[in-house]
Design a protein around this ligand. Structure first.
Ligand SMILES: NC(=O)c1ccc[n+]([C@@H]2O[C@H](COP(=O)([O-])OP(=O)(O)OC[C@H]3O[C@@H](n4cnc5c(N)ncnc54)[C@H](O)[C@@H]3O)[C@@H](O)[C@H]2O)c1
Ligand SMILES: N[C@H](CO)Cc1c[nH]c[nH+]1
Ligand SMILES: [Zn+2]
Length: 439
């Protein structure tokens, strides 16, 4: 990990950078995949599964027999863990139901808003480096709670053409049965455009690597809505002299092990903490089966010593991490000052792993600084709001002046007329509205 002590503000932009990717070649590759699938459907999907996932599939959809087989392959203890996580995720997301009531904005002008589930949604479950069955819970539970009618799920198959049983088990548990063995950009294209096998959806959800994230961004330009850019996992930790190096190292490594492009950052107000954290990272790294991935991710991870907590908070808000863990003596005070982060973990007993799996919050979160503007997935991500209004003649009459004057000044006289005809006022053809916006 790179160590940076007391960086000047001129050095901040460099420190705030995420691992570089060659976007020209990335968007070139992904653009080609999208276009080929848009034009050639299943045939192109099969080709890309062979090219990128190294598997010759005979069918894209997971059969009922495969789902039933998965049920027998998942150990009992894992099933129990999934159930506990599911209960908590359901509880937290169900509480996010907040319908805006009817209101009389003024007498006789009644407005309201209705939450309507997005009918067709697509869920992407990563599977390149690890089969993230926990992501099934994070996406399928709110989709079901919101009432989405059609839920399609894609995840990359292994070399035997199988999706990990725990992914299938979790999907089935959450009532998702339209499951396809497709990964990467080809999965996003299939769900965005529809193919002979894969239904077209209106919105695509889920995290993924750079190919998945780029594909989501490209399809969102025209065809399909997306939740957010949820790319390689990131964690930032703010720690002071009270924090334990052992816990910090474990949290840094827990995100580093996700993949070579993950990023873990420690921002500490205590210089003495640095050596302890470095030692712990070194020894805990040895225990990881995915040591090689974590090691590579650590190459672009940093420990930054910023003695002033105010400046440390400012730096964190500029970085806008996907996850932020605060291990300081006054963590609630620090947490209050955070304005840019996907999800915040307070105190030494709140590791990110809790939110990744089972505390109830969603782990599909904005990365790459998008936490400045996006929220993570939540119940409302699966709904849209339709507004309604009902005005009586009196209500329209009370608003007529405002509407007519504004319409006239925008030069939109048909708008004005739509009020006048109802109130039986006379539209005079000889009125000159040609330069009404100037008045
Ligand atoms: N932000 C979040 O909320 C969040 C949550 C969970 C996981 N993640 C991240 O999701 C990512 C998962 O990535 P992953 O790779 O393990 O799985 P993935 O399923 O996202 O990607 C695997 C797919 O990438 C495609 N691919 C691989 N190499 C390619 C190439 N050279 N050209 C074109 N396509 C290629 C393949 O089709 C493969 O199926 C990790 O970076 C992890 O950190 C983020
Ligand atoms: N840390 C990931 C979100 O960025 C979520 C995850 C899934 N499994 C383990 N962790
Ligand atoms: Zn994780």
């Amino acid at each position: 990990m790179q160590i940076v002590k007391k960086p000047s503000r001129q050095e901040w932009p460099e420190l705030l950078k995420r691992p570089e990717i060659d976007t020209t070649s990335l968007f070139g590759t992904v653009g080609e995949v999208l276009e080929n699938i848009r034009q050639n459907g299943d045939k192109a999907v099969f080709e890309y599964e062979l090219k990128f996932d190294k598997v010759q599939l005979s069918a894209l959809q997971v059969s009922a027999e495969e789902i039933a087989e998965a049920e027998t392959l998942v150990p009992h203890l894992l099933k129990e863990a999934i159930s506990q996580a599911k209960r908590n995720i359901e509880k937290f997301h169900d509480a996010q139901n907040d319908e805006l009531p009817y209101m009389n904005v003024i007498p006789e002008v009644r407005c309201w808003q209705k939450r309507v589930a997005i009918q067709k949604v697509g869920l992407y479950i990563p599977g390149g480096t690890a089969p993230l069955f926990s992501t099934v819970l994070m996406l399928a539970i709110p989709a079901q709670l919101a009432g989405c009618e059609e839920i399609v799920l894609c995840s990359p198959p292994n070399a035997e053409g199988k999706i990990h049983p725990a992914v299938l088990y979790a999907a089935n548990l959450c009532g998702v049965t339209k499951i396809f063995k497709i990964g990467g950009a080809q999965a996003i294209a299939a769900m965005a455009y529809g193919t002979e096998s894969v239904p077209k959806v209106y919105k695509i959800f889920g995290p993924g690597n750079q190919y998945v994230t780029a594909a989501k961004q490209l399809v969102s330009l025209k065809n399909t809505a997306i939740d957010m850019p949820a790319g390689p996992s990131e964690v930032a930790i703010i720690a002071d002299h009270t924090a334990k190096p052992r816990y910090i190292a474990a949290d840094l490594l827990s995100q580093a092990e996700h993949g070579v492009d993950s990023q873990s950052i420690l921002i500490t107000t205590d210089e003495a903490l640095i050596v302890g954290v470095q030692d712990e990272v070194k020894s805990q790294l040895e225990l990881l089966p995915r040591k090689d991935l974590a090691e590579k991710a650590l190459q672009h991870s940093k420990i930054i010593y910023i003695p002033d907590i105010e400046e440390a908070i400012e730096f964190t808000n500029e970085y806008a991490p996907e996850h932020l863990i605060i291990m300081t003596h006054n963590y609630t005070v620090v947490a209050e000052r955070i304005v840019n982060a996907g999800s915040v973990f307070l105190g030494e007993y709140s590791p990110e792993s809790a939110g990744d799996y089972a505390s109830g919050t969603n782990h599909t979160l904005p990365t790459n600084g998008y936490a400045k503007a996006y929220s993570g997935v939540h119940l409302d991500s699966f709904t849209k709001k339709i507004t309604y209004q009902e005005l009586s003649r009196e209500g329209l009459s009370m608003l007529s002046n405002a509407i007519e004057i504004m319409a006239e000044n925008e030069g939109l006289i048909a708008h004005k007329n739509a009020v006048e005809v109802r109130l039986e006022r006379v539209y005079r053809e000889d009125d000159d509205y040609s330069d009404s916006w100037r008045r």
